[in-house]
Design a protein around this ligand. Sequence first.
Ligand code: PGA
Length: 247
Amino acid sequence: MRRKVIAGNWKMNMTPSQAVKLVTELRPNVNNPDVDVVFCVPSIDIVPVVEAVKGSNIHIGAENVYYQEKGAFTGELSPEMLVDAGVSHVIIGHSERRMYFNESNTVLNLKMHKVLEHGIIPILCCGETLEQREKGITLDFVKEQIVEAYVTKEQVLHTIVAYEPIWAIGTGKVATTAQAQEVCGFIRTVFEELYDKETADQIRILYGGSVNASNAAELFAQPDIDGGLVGGASLKPDFADIVNYNK
Ligand code: PGA
């Protein structure tokens, strides 16, 4: 039985004081024993938010990381810095990073290896554009993203995947449960090809793209959807309703 993961992706929202206020309000309401809860927050919010969730079961994630240990990389954060600040997860290859910051599968593969060396759990994002979906190349495209970014068999179960169709992100246009299940199920078969069935059965695959409190329960009930990566709806106190989707 795979444990659910519900991760918020705050993107470039929430000043440090707004962040502390939100997590302080959410903290008592996101204790679902069936769910690993992660808040992926802007770099500047990490330290105060880690402090604000101390003693709770909330995990704190970063939204990005660099693949070098240290040095002359102005503006970047290393995995060691994240670990020392209390970060346990990091989003790798969100479509916005791929699109606006030209992150390639090759760079994402370097990031995956580097964060795993430091014991951070990567949440690798993949997903197609509307144009790719309409052309019927969704599965091929997603497969390529996974195959090129992925890691060794020993490491794979320390990772999480998030399938996020780009056309469903921030648009209010959620994929139908059938569409989401189809691609998440397909991703599991890709892991079976890359590793083996036992590994594929254990890896956690999330859906992301306009998840909210009214569609979460149906999405998370699909056989291959192990939770969600939630953008807009993670910025409000009712994020708790998504975490408590099964109550
Ligand atoms: P959304 O964003 O929930 O606002 O669609 C999801 C994401 O980009 O991770």
